[in-house]
Design a protein around this ligand. Structure first.
Ligand code: ADP
Ligand code: MG
Length: 436
């Protein structure tokens, strides 16, 4: 299961606490950030953006609340751990650059490496590589005062990256730059996130920047007022946790796909949907394997959905070790997973071949799978509701409500949990049979 790499829990930062000039810079902010996300913290001047960023970096201690980065509570770190944390786990970029004027560009970039016990040659090589990458290798021997603002910011980004931290924090990094240099720095950030896969948190008050982020934390008066999602990179479990904020994840995503692909043939859409189907099917069936095992299995499932491999090969490859091209599961899990996948696929074919007779068989399957106990009358109702959903005459909420509602009110009277499980299964099978 993918854990958030940053967890801010009810963070409060209060200056001059108890005095007449008390300022609540942060007033109970909670945020969870997952690996590889590009987050923007957005809001008007003075709303607490920098305070939140410095809270995450450990530069600002909480008055109340917790900040946990990569599983470590910052408040419980020893001094030594904190130093290590700043050198290797996070890189910081500031609006005002904070370069050391008496050191050359190259030495400024090398600086975070000085304490890491590497040879001078190694340090300089890594630093030069970054300077070349950002198009400033010719400035290596110059001093910061000889550079333009945009060049200075690229130097400070190189410095932030030199120890290869997983997380980059940037406080208004283009606030002092002309528009061309600003664009250049924004492009670099996008690359650091998209290609280098760094988790990136950028503070800005400029609405034009928001399109770059996967997720935007909107702040006002020391509080988080809302979150806005552009691309969701969070794992499925994280989304399930805040169902209230993102209801109907699968269907809305599917709806979007439908809209996007409306000019394509059914067959083309079918092909485009396969990776998405593989993902949904996987997160539906599995919840406790590590990322690597899941990633490998997802690829195998794609092959299976594309019909490049049969169920036997799927089962064998899931079981096989990584270094032999497998997913590194075990025999038992591989077999039971394959059986489940086969069962699900069989339902989709059933529904596709003969809808009316198919519905009865499909309902029998659901009854058996979830061990549902119905009397004759309720079973008929159950079938009718499933049919309505399969024919798309009600949506998933409509189905859930009908399954959940008490018998005497015309429902099926399932427990909420069972109703949810049935609905999820039905939704998955509907997705899979779409132009399958
Ligand atoms: P932003 O980055 O969104 O502009 P900040 O996080 O810098 O906002 O500041 C939030 C609030 O906390 C502001 O009202 C600011 O004046 C106040 N503040 C920040 N630092 C201090 C400090 N050291 N002492 C007192 N008040 C502070
Ligand atoms: Mg600020």
């Amino acid at each position: 299961m993918v854990e958030p790499c940053i967890k801010v829990d009810q963070l409060r930062v209060i200056y001059n606490k108890g005095k007449s000039n008390e300022v609540r810079s942060l007033d109970g902010v909670s945020v969870e950030i997952y690996p590889e996300e590009y987050i923007i913290i957005y809001g008007p001047s003075g709303c607490g953006k920098s305070t939140l960023l410095y809270g995450i970096s450990g530069l600002q201690a909480p008055t109340y609340g917790d900040v946990i980065v990569q599983g470590k509570n910052l408040a419980q770190m020893t001094k030594r751990e904190k130093v290590e944390f700043h050198q290797t786990r996070i890189g910081m970029v500031f609006q005002a650059f904070y370069l050391i004027e008496t050191l050359t560009v190259l030495d400024n970039v090398c600086l975070p490496k000085v304490f890491r016990g590497e040879s001078l040659k190694e340090r300089r090589e890594k630093a030069m590589e970054l300077l070349r990458r950002f198009g400033i290798s010719e400035q290596a021997d110059k001093f910061p005062a000889q550079l333009s603002g945009g060049q200075k910011q690229r130097v400070s980004i190189a410095r932030a990256l030199v120890n290869n931290p997983e997380i980059i924090l940037a406080d208004e990094p283009v606030g002092n730059l002309d528009s061309e240099s600003a664009q250049n720095v924004l492009d670099i950030f996008r690359e650091i996130n998209g290609i280098d896969k760094k988790t990136l948190i950028m503070v800005t008050h400029n609405p034009e920047h928001l399109v770059y982020a996967d997720r935007i934390i909107h702040m006002k008066d020391g509080k988080k007022v809302s979150e806005e999602v552009n691309h969701d990179k969070r794992p499925a479990e994280a989304l399930r946790k805040d169902v209230a904020e993102t209801p109907e994840e699968i269907s809305s995503e599917l709806k979007l796909l439908m809209r996007t692909f409306k000019n394509l043939s059914l067959q083309q859409v079918g092909v485009l949907l396969v990776p998405f189907k593989a993902k949904q099917m996987l997160s539906h069936i599995i919840s406790e394997l590590n990322e690597e095992q899941i990633g490998a299995a997802e690829n195998l499932l794609k092959e299976f959905l594309f019909k490049n491999i049969d169920s036997e090969t799927l089962s064998d490859k899931l079981d096989l070790d990584f270094d032999k091209g497998g997913a590194g599961w075990n025999r038992l899990r591989a077999m039971s997973f394959t059986d489940r996948a086969k069962m699900i696929m069989a339902q989709t074919e059933f529904l596709n071949n003969d809808e009316t007779g198919g519905i009865v068989a499909f309902c029998d399957y659901l009854v058996k799978l979830y061990n549902l106990k119905f009397d004759e009358e309720v079973l008929l109702r159950f079938r009718a509701f499933i049919k309505l959903r399969v024919e798309n005459r009600i949506d998933r909420f409509g189905l859930q409500q009908r399954l959940d509602a008490p018998k005497k009110l015309g429902g099926v009277g399932l427990y909420k949990g069972s109703a949810e499980k049935v609905v999820r299964e039905v939704e998955l099978i509907m997705l899979l049979r779409y132009s399958a």
